[in-house]
Design a protein around this ligand. Structure first.
Ligand SMILES: NC(=O)c1ccc[n+]([C@@H]2O[C@H](COP(=O)([O-])OP(=O)(O)OC[C@H]3O[C@@H](n4cnc5c(N)ncnc54)[C@H](OP(=O)(O)O)[C@@H]3O)[C@@H](O)[C@H]2O)c1
Length: 348
């Protein structure tokens, strides 16, 4: 069997992440009659163009998974909590893009380049990380081959599509309003996002960090299998449409040279080193958007830490940060003959 034989459902197909999953299926030439699209009752009955075809959206419900092999859930935590277990009961392999299952110890959290083996023990659901964690762990996984990592300080520059289609619309609408001098009301963000930045992604916690910053710590430790890794994150929303960027300062146990860092990063699957400051070449969100690679550049010694390396990355949050990572999990599970839950495989 190859992936084009699979009946794939996208739950949340009208949204930013689900819509990108559909785009990726079209790029792969996945047959339209093997795609089921689901969203809320608001969208049920609407048709979404797919190449020369149109696919009708169904309202996501426990009885809409009949005949589905793999379901990509991108409709938020409540929908996943309600419907993902029902889909699994019907033999569907669920890949969840939301945060609800990420830290559940019985559910693997996977970036295939880093921890594909974790797919083997899934109970019917595999979770995908937050769009900031995915490129972050890939870079750390590449570099830890040179020396153990002691601590990482990271600041993110996150695009508005990270808040879904509504964030994107707010930026576009507000930018026009600012230029015209009309109202700049905000509904998605607590303040104006156009021509501004917000050091605030997700809710604040009692310790002063935000939930997004906490996710970067907890998810990275789970994916990298390193509970002692120290991470301090500051997550910032910027008025960029697509692609998150991150500034990393990584402190190693022993000395790591810039040349060695560049070499292991350029050899790592899914990472592309773009680092020629003399030609003004470095990763930027507009360069990463629409592409599959994590772009890494500005690789240099961190002058504030002994054994430190500083670098910069940009990554399309809707592709590798969400939909692409999910499809790669599907491919890897198929390759390993591991679409069924581990319990069903071992009892065969
Ligand atoms: N955006 C990213 O960069 C990104 C990255 C990684 C993970 N994710 C995760 O992906 C999920 C979706 O995020 P998004 O950014 O794509 O959000 P979005 O653009 O707001 O899309 C939300 C989708 O969920 C659907 N939905 C809402 N309520 C529903 C319900 N009761 N039943 C069925 N479908 C329902 C919506 O359908 P209607 O159009 O019918 O309302 C829409 O298709 C979230 O869990 C998010 O954490 C997003």
């Amino acid at each position: 069997m190859n992936s084009s034989d699979l009946n794939i459902a996208i739950v949340g197909a009208t949204g930013a992440a689900g819509g990108t999953a559909l785009k990726l299926l079209l790029e792969r030439g996945h047959p339209s009659d093997k795609i089921t699209l689901m969203a809320s009752s608001r969208s049920a009955g609407r048709k979404i163009p797919y190449g020369d075809d149109q696919i009708v959206i169904a309202e996501a419900a426990s009885d809409t998974f009949h005949g589905v092999d793999v379901a990509l859930f991108a409709a938020g935590g409540l929908v996943s909590r309600r419907l993902a277990p029902r889909a699994v009961e019907q033999g569907v392999f669920v890949i969840d893009k939301g945060s609800i299952f990420r830290m559940d110890p019985s559910i693997p959290l996977v970036v295939p380049e880093v921890n594909a083996d974790d797919i083997e023990w899934h109970p019917g659901i595999v979770s995908t990380p937050n769009c900031t964690s995915t490129p972050f762990v890939m870079v750390l996984d590449a570099l830890r081959k040179l020396s153990a990592i002691k601590a990482v300080t990271v600041a993110t520059y996150q695009s508005v599509t990270g808040s879904g289609s509504a964030g994107q619309q707010e930026l576009i609408q507000q930018s026009g309003n600012v230029l015209e001098g009309t109202n700049t009301d905000s509904s998605v963000y607590p303040h104006q996002i156009a021509f501004n930045i917000l050091p605030h992604v997700d809710d604040f916690l009692p310790d002063g960090y935000t939930k997004e910053e906490q996710k970067m710590l907890n998810e990275s430790r789970k994916i990298l299998h390193d509970e002692s890794l120290a991470i301090s994150a500051t997550c910032v929303r910027v008025p960029v449409e697509i692609s998150h960027s991150e500034s990393l300062q990584i402190e190693f146990e022993s000395n790591v040279t810039v040349n060695h860092a560049k070499r292991v990063l350029s050899e790592y699957d899914g990472v592309l080193v773009v680092d020629d400051p003399s030609q003004n070449q470095y990763p930027m969100p507009i360069m990463a958007a629409g592409g599959d690679d994590v772009l890494v550049g500005r690789i240099r010694k961190d002058t504030a830490h002994e054994n430190g390396i500083a670098l910069w990355l940009s990554c399309d949050n809707l592709r590798k940060g969400a939909a692409l990572n999910a499809l790669q999990i599907m491919d890897e599970a198929l390759r390993r003959d591991a679409l069924n839950p581990a319990s069903q495989r071992t009892s065969k």
